[in-house]
Structures are given as C-alpha cells and as structure tokens.
Design a protein around this ligand. Structure first.
Ligand SMILES: [Zn+2]
Length: 465
C-alpha cells in the first residue's frame, strides 16, 4: 500500500468511525479527488482490514447470512454493480449503520436490536447501498481539508479514541457537514432506496416506520443522539418525500413471502451476548401466554441449545415445528440439533426439508456438510460445501470447510488452495500467500492449477506494494 493510500484510509476510517454513514464525508481532501473506481475498491479493502482490528463483529453464521441475503436481494434489482459488496454486523449498542465507498456495509447491533421488521432494516441497507452505488462520497464537496486532518490528528492523538472523545468530535464534524450536497444526496438515497426496496419485495411502508423509530429515539434520548441520526437528520421534508414516493409506486408488487426471521436474528445476537437466561425467562412467559404460538418455542429451543441443554432444546424445537411448520429456518435448527445429539437419520430428514423449502440457502448445505463430516462421509460433506460455495461465492466459511475436508482426505494441495481462498475473502493477505505457497509446493508450479495459484500470489503481492 502506498503512503498516499495509507493516508486516505486512515482519514476515511477515522471519519467513518466517528460518524457512521459515509454520505457526508467530504471528498475534497487533496489526494482523493477524483476517486477512481479501483481506488474505491482498494479503500474498501483497506478499510475492512482496519475495521477488523478496531470493531467487534458478530461472528454467527445465521446472522452473517441474514444480512448478506438481504443485501443481495436489494442488489439484485439495482442492475450491474462495479463492486463486490460485503456486509458486516458490528457488536455495538449504538443505533448506527454506514457504507464505505467500494461496497463494505457495516450494520450495528444497536440498529438490528431496534428495527421491528426485516423491511425496516432493508430500508436502511437500501439507503446505504445507494450512497455506495451513487458514489456519493466522490460527489461531495466539503469543508477545508486542513481542518479535517486537524480533527483526525486530534482524535488519533488521544490514542485509539475512546467512545466519548470520538462522540464529541463526531458531533463537531456533524455540524460542519450540513452543507450543499447533503440534502440532495440524502434525498437521492431515500428516494432510490425506497424504490429499490419495493422492487426487491419489501413493503416500502417500512421506510416510513423506520423513520418513526428514529424519531422516537430522538424524543426518548434528546441528549445522546444516535450516530445514525447525526448523519441522517430527520426532517419533515424527508418523511414527506418518502410518503409521497410510496404513493407513486405501483401497487401490488409481490412481497417477500417467507416468514420474517428478524426476531430469530435479534435473539441470536442476544444469545451471543450470553443472555440465554433472560431469553428463556421471557420466552417461557410468552409461550405460557400463547401456547399455540410457535415463535416463542423456537426461540426457547435456540436459547437452550446455546446452553448445551439438548433435551430442552429438542422439546421446544419439535414443538415449534408442530405449531408452525413454516417458522423461519426451523428445519435447519432441528437438523443442527439432531446432528449434535447424533440422531443422524432425523438430521438428514430435517435438512432435506430445509433444502426443499430454501433450495438456495447456503447455510442448509453448510450444516448438512457438518452432519456428513460427523458421519465420516467426507465426499458427501465435500459435495455439500461445494454447493454452498456455488450459492455464495464470496462467503469464506464454505471455502474453509472444503480446505479442511481435503486435508482430512490427505489432498493437501487442494486443501491449502481452498484455505488460501478463504483467507483472501477474510482480507488475510499474508495468511493467503502462505497457504497458496504451500499449495504450490504440493501441486507443482508448472501444473495448470499451480500456474493459476502463482498468478494469484503475484496479484496479492502487487496490490500490497
Ligand atoms: Zn445517508
């Protein structure tokens, strides 16, 4: 990476880190204007690497797939894209989300906790995606670059910038950022965002109801304004614009059909924070109040599972399945549980149902692969993981699993090749080079695969500079 690029991302990171959404980020810093397309891709990658060091992520496969699937559903109606979009869930109680030029989108658990439907999250993600797609950062004019560098310097001087220091500086920047393009670009992100979310099958009313969540937040908490509000000031104009737009949309668009998994995702996030006991208390109460409702039973099954209480988990998952056979991902939950307690036949049946309900959901194949590995059926595991890769080529996990299975099969060249590809998608360049070099040793540099791997290594090294 050149010194110039280093400066660019350092500046970007500090600003995003402080402020959330990228829409107000001024681009009239001397070295970023105008931003080239591949420059944005590089910035995105460097940002991701730095973010890995500074932010805490939710590392749960269901949660990762949930935001990825939502993001890609939105992208699927937006036409050809110049970027590989990546989605990350940050464990942080702030109500925030932001997009980095080049296609990395960060969603805070504070936002995920507060939305009341996947549609509301879709509204935020569509809005953020438009900032990236529309290259809003490159179109922004901003205050004097020296003052920004000054702010950055001050923040960095505080050594890692504690949340409070960052918040204070963030507020100072937010005031400066109420400038020329701001309203126009926000309006564009709102307008196109709502249109695309509707085209992707989400109820556009969710965009209005999310603005109301934000408004509530402002009323409840007028002093400690959430970062997302700092960047996306609520105005009557904004709400009116969205409402007007919704009325102009063609009615009767087909909506996303499957049951909304938002409650499940919110519960997984709580379980990742070790709140299983609280979840169990709440859902036991919910279930006793409405014993015919499958939702609390499913959430109870998840909570017991997280505590390793398999019989209780099984009882609740089976109850949820009986009460609501279409509960979100219930067959996948059962399949995982049965795998865990070695009820392999039941597990296969559950995954078969899961695949027939959601044939394009890579998680189904990933967990099926787990089951096959446990049964020591390595070739079946391999098939399952390869299917997951085909369905989600930018997802590192199935690539890693394939690497591990090839390792067990003693096909070390293939093993290191796949591990390297998985490293690369996680922005672990050094590890990727090391794994690719191991693969090269086994496969031989003049073999056709070896040639490709050699080129890959050169490409990674070239972009490091
Ligand atoms: Zn925005």
């Amino acid at each position: 990476m050149t010194t110039r690029l280093k400066k660019v991302w350092a500046l970007l990171f500090a600003l995003y880190f402080l402020a959330g959404c990228g829409s107000y980020l001024p681009s009239r810093v001397p070295f970023v204007q105008p931003i080239q397309e591949d420059e944005e891709v590089k910035i995105s990658r460097e940002f991701r690497k730095e973010a890995k060091k500074r932010l805490k992520f939710v590392k749960n496969l269901e949660v990762e797939r949930y935001v990825d699937k939502l993001g890609r559903r939105l992208l699927s109606v937006m036409g050809p894209q110049p970027f590989d979009y990546r989605y990350f869930v940050v464990e942080d109680s702030e109500l925030n989300a932001f997009a980095v030029p080049g296609g990395s989108i960060y969603i805070y658990t504070g936002l995920l906790d507060r939305v009341r439907s996947t549609g509301e999250l879709a509204a935020v993600m569509a809005h953020e995606t438009i900032h990236v797609k529309g290259r809003h950062m490159a179109r922004m004019s901003g205050p004097d670059p020296v003052s920004l560098l000054g702010i950055l310097g001050a923040v960095l001087a505080r050594g890692g910038a504690g949340a409070q220091a960052a918040g204070a500086v963030g507020q100072a920047i937010a005031v400066q950022r109420q400038i020329a393009y701001t309203r126009q670009l926000e309006m564009e992100a709102d307008t196109l965002g709502v249109r695309y979310m509707a085209e992707a099958g989400y109820d556009p009313q969710a965009a209005v109801s999310f603005l109301k969540v934000l408004d509530q937040e402002r009323v409840l908490n007028p002093v400690d304004i959430p970062p997302y509000l700092m960047d996306h000031p609520l105005s009557q104009e904004r709400v009116a614009n969205v409402e007007l737009l919704i009325r102009s949309l063609k009615p009767n668009r087909p909506l996303v059909e499957e049951a909304d998994p938002i409650k499940k995702i919110q519960t997984i996030i709580r379980l990742e924070r070790y709140e299983a006991d609280a979840v169990i208390a709440e859902q036991t109460k919910n279930l006793s109040q409405s014993p015919k409702n499958g939702a609390p039973a499913q959430l109870l099954g998840m909570a017991y599972s997280s505590k390793g209480m398999w019989p209780e988990s099984r009882e609740n998952f089976e109850r949820a399945k009986a009460l609501n056979p279409k509960a979100p991902g219930i067959d996948r939950d059962l399949g995982q549980l049965y795998t865990r307690i070695k009820e392999y036949r039941l597990a296969h049946e559950a995954f078969e149902r899961a695949v027939s309900v959601e044939p394009k959901e890579p998680l189904n194949y990933l967990f099926l692969g787990d089951l096959c590995e446990q049964e020591s059926n390595l070739s079946a595991a391999l098939d399952a993981y390869l299917t997951a890769i085909n369905l989600a080529p930018l997802w590192s996990e199935p690539l890693r699993r394939v690497g591990i299975v090839y390792g067990k099969m003693n096909r070390l060249g293939d093993a290191y090749d796949y591990l390297g590809r998985s490293d690369l998608l996680q922005d672990e360049d050094e590890k990727a080079i090391a794994d690719f070099e191991r693969a090269l040793k086994v496969l031989g540099p003049s073999s056709p695969r070896g040639q490709l791997i050699k080129e890959e290594i050169q490409a990674i090294k070239a972009r490091k500079r």
